[in-house]
Write a protein that binds this ligand. Structure first.
Ligand SMILES: [Zn+2]
Ligand SMILES: [Zn+2]
Length: 344
């Protein structure tokens, strides 16, 4: 079967993988849709994230929906052909952090689409039945893909705990920032002030819950009359994102860092500024137990996950999908690949 491999920086090629044969305790799935994530772009543009490097060509893709095609589907409560969302993380379940209800921090996790584990940019894949989430009939394959990034946003909110009428600055109007903005809106916090250097993304932000969208973090300071925001959520890929979050936060404010900075480095941090503000800083890592809430939010139409899907590609055009998102070309916000053909 066909699969898209990242070989090196900006080098994606189609190749083949053997059709997976159903193993004990794993079900065979036909991949329906796959999202290109900011984290995938770090492999594409930099060859890795921190210590996780491309050692040999690997298949990316961790945000995906699929149809259960395994002959054993019924034994696990699924019908053949049923659309499911798939949690890409397989924590060990045995370590201190898994026992402590923080499986997202498990150092032994097998994560689909992070080397050395191949991901979903292929036609079929195996998954544990526990990783599959049944979906309401109304949900589309595209919406089901978006449950994973929505889960990342939910986890960020779980850490941020916005309070009613908190002013919230969100840095970065990519898919994660836009999903976070919608969730903050649901909590009654606000105003929601977003920052993104790209004009077209600022425009999108205004349709996803932001009261205002600015080109630079200095505008947040001005808008809040020098006070800064109660809560700052950083969802950029910039090494300066952390320092900008410090600038945007009020004295005694809170920061949640969600973005992954380029080249695994934060820069421009001024220790005295952080200290004098007495900031509370939390790092967000993937997600906790979020799928049931993500499914309800989409099913009940409380969050719009599809407007931001600006580009759709066939599997053979995966390279084009990556280039489009990486280059912010053609108004791109979120690109999805459909390995078994376009959604009906
Ligand atoms: Zn992701
Ligand atoms: Zn563990």
């Amino acid at each position: 079967m066909q699969a898209a491999f990242i070989h090196a920086i900006r080098d994606i090629r189609m190749g083949t993988l053997p059709v997976p044969s159903p193993a004990n305790d794993r079900l065979r799935l036909a991949v329906a849709g796959v999202g290109i994530c900011g984290s995938d772009l770090h492999y594409y543009l930099e060859g890795g994230i921190g210590a996780a490097r491309i050692a040999e060509p690997f298949v990316p893709g961790h945000e995906f929906s699929a149809r259960v095609i395994d002959d054993n589907a019924a034994a696990y409560g699924f019908s053949k052909g049923q659309l499911v969302a798939v949690d890409p993380a397989e924590p060990c379940g045995a370590c201190e952090h898994c026992h402590d209800a923080h499986p997202n921090l498990c150092p032994n996790v097998r994560f689909t689409g992070a080397p050395p584990y191949n991901g979903a940019l292929t036609e079929q894949i195996l998954a544990r039945p526990e990783a599959l989430f049944a979906l309401p009939d109304s949900m589309t394959a595209t919406e089901a893909v978006m449950l994973e990034p929505l889960g990342v946003a939910i986890h960020a909110l779980d850490l941020a705990r916005p309070e009613i009428l908190d002013s919230v600055a969100i840095l970065g109007a990519g898919p994660i920032g836009l999903l976070i903005a919608q969730l903050v809106r649901l909590t009654g916090a606000g105003p929601i002030l977003m920052v993104d250097p790209l004009a077209y993304r600022r425009e999108v932000a205004l349709h996803h819950g932001a009261e205002a969208a600015f080109a630079s973090v200095a505008d947040i300071t001005e808008r809040t009359k020098g006070r800064g925001a109660d809560l700052v959520i950083e969802a950029t890929n910039s090494p300066l994102g952390f320092a900008h979050a410090v600038d945007a936060a009020r004295i005694g404010g809170r920061i949640v860092l969600v973005g992954i900075p380029e080249h695994d480095t934060y820069s421009g941090l001024v220790a005295s500024a952080m200290r004098r503000k007495g900031l509370t800083i939390r790092m967000s890592r993937r997600m906790g137990d979020v799928y049931p809430r993500a499914i309800r939010l989409v099913a009940e139409r409380k969050v719009d996950v599809t407007t931001m899907v600006t580009h759709r590609f066939d599997l053979a055009d995966t390279g084009k999908a990556f280039a489009t998102v990486a280059d912010y070309a053609d108004g791109a916000v979120k690109a999805l690949v459909y390995p078994n053909g376009p959604e009906a």
